[in-house]
Ligand binder design. Structure first.
Ligand code: TXA
Ligand code: MG
Length: 325
């Protein structure tokens, strides 16, 4: 089993020492837990790919304290970046820029660009400060699976990694991953929706921001099936739920807003009605449903479309996509 440690000051100092020694460390951010390694240590980055089973062509986000560190790993930090970072950093916004020549190819899976984000979680920031450099970290889950929003989720995914230190900073407040915006082309483009909407970015930058990539874009890390439980998972309209349950021969776990129509052997997990609370609960609920007996998870389609609901829908569409990983 990995080693779970409350994120006290000595534990954070120890984690930073491990990073310096080229070991990966799992740590909390406000979005999801990350599995971090020294951005400048290729062997440590290899270990992250290996632990996650991450495809070798899917690049990592470099976590930084702010603009100064971002400029060490990225080229093209311009006025737009200043404005975005000024408004949204530290926080759940990731900016894709050109990769600085000093950054090892492994940190960006060979891509000429690099994603940078300044996390807001105090433990992530304390770790970055104690380490003193950028930390490349994907979400701390097995590749393709449900992202982790508690330290226990990380321990469950990496049960076999006996030497992995997991800093426990409690449940993640945002609960879904950062918005990823690509500034390497003439038109800014949202590669992954998150809490910061394209319209907000567009308003701040005073220019068009393309969010048409939706759930089927080209480029790194855009596989359709992602964030997926092992159990078959389907998205259903509230109005179709009764019929779907009636035809199911297997007990189902239903992520719903109202548990009234759900009777044994089916089981309800009642989800919160607001997008913020839903997002914060989503991955824990999917994991709970995955652990429960039964071979079907039904997710009732949320009513909202705007703002954070569109990021939630992105995750639900990917989690319920049928194609093989
Ligand atoms: O909220 C988050 O972003 C979390 C926490 C830990 O910071 N991290 C996270 O990392 O979600 P990961 O690796 O699970 O997802 C990173 C996403 C992937 O879709 C990846 O393809 C994209 O960012 N990405 C990373 N570097 C990129 C690059 N150079 N160009 C385009 N996309 C990139
Ligand atoms: Mg991920």
């Amino acid at each position: 089993m990995p080693r779970l440690a409350d994120a006290t000051e000595p534990a954070v100092a120890h984690a930073a020492a491990l990073l310096r020694a080229g070991e990966p460390v799992a740590f909390p951010t406000e979005t999801v837990y990350g599995l971090g390694a020294d951005t400048f240590n290729e062997a440590a980055l290899d270990r992250v790919y290996e632990l996650k089973g991450r495809p070798a062509d899917n690049p990592l986000i470099a976590h930084v304290l702010g603009a100064d560190q971002a400029r060490r790993v990225a080229v093209g930090w311009d006025d737009r970046c200043e404005r975005l970072a000024g408004r949204y950093w530290p926080g759940p916004l990731t900016i894709v820029l050109g990769r600085a020549p000093a950054v090892p190819l492994r940190a960006t899976a060979g891509w000429p660009s690099i994603a940078v984000r300044a996390p807001g979680h105090p433990v992530a920031r304390a770790l970055l400060e104690a380490f003193g450099g950028p930390v490349s970290a994907p979400s701390a889950n097995v590749s393709g699976g449900v992202s982790p929003t508690t330290a226990a989720h990380v321990v469950a995914d990496f049960a076999l990694a006996a030497d992995l230190l997991v800093l426990d900073g409690g449940p993640c407040a945002v609960g879904i991953e950062s918005t990823v915006v690509d500034l390497t082309a003439a038109v800014a483009r949202v590669l992954r929706p998150g809490g910061v909407a394209a319209s907000q970015l567009s308003e701040l930058l005073g220019e068009m921001v393309d969010d048409s990539i939706g759930t089927q874009g080209p480029g790194p890390g855009t596989t359709m099936r992602h964030y997926a439980p092992r159990t078959a998972t389907e998205l259903v309209d509230e109005s179709a739920l009764h019929g779907r349950l009636a035809e199911s021969v297997e007990p189902a776990v239903v992520l719903c807003f109202d548990d009234a129509p759900i009777v044994p052997p089916h089981r309800a997990i009642v989800m919160p009605p607001t997008a913020e609370a839903y997002a914060a609960r989503l991955y824990a609920a999917l994991r709970e449903a995955d652990e429960a007996p039964g071979s079907l998870i039904l997710v009732v389609r949320p009513p909202g479309r705007e703002g954070l609901w569109s990021a939630v829908m992105d995750r639900l569409i990917r989690a319920t996509h049928r194609h093989a990983r």
